[in-house]
Design a protein around this ligand. Structure first.
Ligand code: ZN
Length: 215
C-alpha cells in the first residue's frame, strides 16, 4: 500500500548480488490477478527477493508490498506502517499470512497502491484484524493490528488473493477513478506492443516455474 505522503527519494543500487526483481508491476498486469501459492521452501534466493521487496517498498515510499506486485507467485508480503527504513521494529515480513478474525466493525479510509499510481479512493475495511503468518526464521507469528497496520495488512493480503483495492470501491468512487484506470490500461497495452511486457502465456509459464521451485 502507498502511504499518503509522496516523497520519492532516489537511492543508489545496492552493491552485492545481481538483482532478482525487475521492479513493481502496474495495473492491469496479469500477475496482480494471480492467486499466490503458500511458500514451502525458504532458501537464500527467496530471502534476497524479500530484501529487494523491502528496498523497492521504501524507495517508492510505500508502507506495504505484496509478492504479486513484483511479479512473483508466492504468498508473502512486506510491511512497515511507518514507511521509515530506520524503524526496523516496525518492519514485517509475513509468509503465508491468514486473517483469523476481524473485529471492531468497519471503517472507511483513503488508500493508494504502488501498482495503481495516481489513484486514491476510500475503502471500507475491518477496523481490527488478528493475523497469523510465518516469519523468515520459520517461526509462527500472530499480530493483532488496527489503524494503518491493520489496513495495510488487509490491502496486502487482498493482493495475495489477486484482489485490488479498486475491486472494493463503491460505484461512485469507482466512477471517480475510471479515467485514470483507462490511462493505465492504455499505457500497459503500449508497453506490451513495445515488447516491454511479455504475453499472458509467457507470464503464466514463468509463474508456474517459480511455483514449482518453492510451493
Ligand atoms: Zn497495493
Amino acid at each position: 500500500m502507498e502511504s499518503s505522503k509522496n516523497l520519492l527519494e532516489e537511492k543508489g543500487s545496492p552493491s552485492g548480488s545481481p538483482r532478482l526483481l525487475q521492479g513493481i508491476v502496474q495495473y492491469p498486469h496479469p500477475t496482480l490477478r494471480h492467486r499466490s501459492k503458500p511458500v514451502r521452501k525458504v532458501d537464500e534466493a527467496f530471502r534476497q527477493m524479500v530484501g529487494e521487496m523491502l528496498e523497492l517498498m521504501y524507495k517508492r515510499d510505500g508502507v506495504g508490498l505484496a509478492a504479486n506486485q513484483v511479479d512473483l507467485p508466492y504468498r508473502v508480503f512486506v510491511m512497515n506502517p511507518t514507511g521509515d527504513p530506520g524503524q526496523k521494529e516496525q518492519e514485517f515480513v509475513l509468509i503465508n499470512p491468514e486473517i483469523l478474525s476481524r473485529k471492531g466493525g468497519m471503517e472507511e479510509k483513503e488508500e493508494g497502491c504502488l501498482s495503481l499510481p495516481g489513484i486514491y479512493a476510500p475503502v471500507r475495511r475491518a477496523t481490527k484484524i488478528l493475523l497469523v503468518a510465518y516469519n523468515l526464521q520459520g517461526e509462527e507469528v500472530r499480530y493483532e493490528w488496527e489503524g494503518l497496520a491493520g489496513r495495510a495488512a488487509q490491502h496486502e493480503i487482498d493482493h495475495l488473493d489477486g484482489v485490488l483495492f479498486i475491486d472494493r470501491l463503491s460505484p461512485a468512487a469507482l466512477a471517480e477513478v475510471r479515467e485514470r484506470l483507462l490511462e493505465l490500461e492504455q499505457e500497459f497495452q503500449t508497453n506490451r506492443r513495445l515488447g516491454l511486457i511479455p504475453d499472458d502465456r509467457h507470464i503464466a509459464a514463468r509463474l508456474a516455474s517459480l511455483e514449482a521451485l518453492r510451493t
